[in-house]
Design a protein around this ligand. Structure first.
Ligand code: GAR
Length: 210
C-alpha cells in the first residue's frame, strides 16, 4: 500500500505535529508529511520541522480579501502536494464548508476534551468550571459543525483537585501525543469506516489490536 500523504495545518506550538513527525521517523506511522501549512508565520510548529526537507507554506488570513480566498489558497496548496489526509494540529480557525467538501471524510482534528462535552474554545477551563472529574481528548473527523464530526478515538484523563487550566492542559496534551499519531495511522492503514456518526475500526491485518 503506498504511503498516504498528510497535509498538516498548524497555528502555534506544534507539539502534535512533532508527535506525528516523531511517529513517522520511528517507523510507527506509515505516512509522509507532504506539506505543513501555517496561518501564523511565527508558529513554533514551523521551527520544529526546519531542516527536515518538509515543504511548508505560510498562508495568512490577512493577505486575502475574504475567508473564501484564504481557504482557496489553503486548498490549492494541499492539492499541489497531493494530500490524502488533512490533519488539523492546533489550527485555530474554523474551516468553512468549502474546505470540508474538498476533502470529505479526509480531515481530522484533535480536541482537548471528551466530545461532545466542551467543544470550542478553552475546553480545559470549561471542564474545570463544570467540575467534571474526568476529561480527556478526542480525535474526530471534521464535519461542517464545530468539533462535532464522527469520533475516531478518545482517551480519558483525570481532573485533580488542585488542577489549573494549564496543569490539566499539560496532562491532556501528553495523551494527545499518543492518540493523534495512532488515529492518523488508522486512516493511513485504511482501517477506518464511517457508518453515520459511528467510526468503525478494523483490526490490524496481522491480527494486532490498537
Ligand atoms: C492541543 O491541545 C490541541 O488539542 C488543541 O490545541 C492544542 C495545540 O497544541 N486544539 C484545539 O483546541 C482545537 N479546537 P500544539 O500546537 O502543541 O499541537
Amino acid at each position: 500500500m503506498p504511503k498516504k500523504v498528510l497535509g498538516v495545518l498548524v497555528s502555534g506550538r506544534g507539539s502534535n505535529l512533532q508527535a506525528i513527525f516523531d511517529a513517522i521517523s520511528a517507523g510507527r506511522l506509515k505516512a509522509k508529511i507532504g506539506v505543513v501549512i501555517s496561518d501564523n508565520p511565527q508558529a513554533l510548529a514551523l521551527k520544529r520541522i526546519e531542516g527536515f526537507n518538509i515543504p511548508t507554506a505560510v498562508i495568512e488570513k490577512k493577505a486575502y480579501a475574504s475567508k473564501l480566498q484564504f481557504e482557496q489558497a489553503i486548498v490549492k496548496e494541499l492539492n499541489l502536494h497531493h494530500v490524502d489526509l488533512v490533519v488539523l494540529a492546533g489550527f485555530m480557525r474554523i474551516l468553512s464548508p468549502f474546505v470540508i467538501q474538498q476533502f470529505p471524510g479526509r480531515i481530522m482534528n484533535i480536541h482537548p476534551s471528551l466530545l461532545p462535552s466542551f467543544p470550542g474554545l478553552n475546553p480545559q477551563q470549561q471542564a474545570l468550571q463544570h467540575g467534571v472529574k474526568v476529561t480527556g481528548c478526542t480525535v474526530h473527523l471534521v464535519d461542517e459543525g464545530t468539533d462535532s464530526g464522527p469520533i475516531i478515538l478518545q482517551e480519558a484523563v483525570p481532573v485533580l483537585d488542585d488542577d489549573t487550566p494549564e496543569t490539566l492542559a499539560g496532562r491532556i496534551l501528553h495523551v494527545e501525543h499518543i492518540l493523534y499519531p495512532r488515529a492518523v495511522g488508522l486512516f493511513c492503514d485504511d482501517r477506518i469506516t464511517v457508518e453515520g456518526r459511528r467510526v468503525k475500526i478494523r483490526e490490524a491485518a496481522e491480527g494486532g489490536k490498537l
